[in-house]
Design a protein around this ligand. Sequence first.
Ligand SMILES: Cc1cc2nc3c(=O)[nH]c(=O)nc-3n(C[C@H](O)[C@H](O)[C@H](O)COP(=O)(O)O)c2cc1C
Length: 168
Amino acid sequence: MANVTIIYGSSTGATENIARKLAEAFDGSSVMDAAQLNEAAVASFKDADLVLFGGSTWGYGDLQDDWHAKMGLFEGADFAGVKVGVFGTGDQESYPDTFVDTIGILAEAAEKAGATIVGKTSQDGYTFDESRAARDGELLGLAIDEENQGDMTDDRVAAWVSQLSSEI
Ligand SMILES: Cc1cc2nc3c(=O)[nH]c(=O)nc-3n(C[C@H](O)[C@H](O)[C@H](O)COP(=O)(O)O)c2cc1C
């Protein structure tokens, strides 16, 4: 069984709920609130087969608060050889110019620290104008929209889990 570490930042529970679904799917994984991240936890990513970062987007394309306070931990961290997948929740109808930007912000930070991003997904099925999570016609991770497409969440999570399982 793969050693999967899941870290999420969530203000109203939506991203936490996705983190729990992912933890259930990756039996034996560990789940941590981003508020608890510290240098030791970041150093332990090296031992994981897969690290999943999750966060919602607030304000206008801003990181969820708990992540905001922890981004300094990425600076100088060595993620070489670490596979990272990113997931996030957002609202494509109300925020079509900043839809799930946090996915992009977290993926960029992990890449900068040397991580390999896995679990990129198709933009099919979403309607938005701009997103920091979009690159080369793909999304840099799993985008969940509970406000407008909550009925698709479980299928999207399941598809992502099987994709990730084949990428690690
Ligand atoms: C004030 C406010 C600002 C928001 N800004 C964005 C945004 O810029 N982009 C986006 O995709 N979603 C945005 N959202 C939607 C939230 O990201 C969404 O409700 C998310 O599921 C909350 O997840 P959480 O409970 O894990 O924090 C915003 C919601 C609120 C209430």
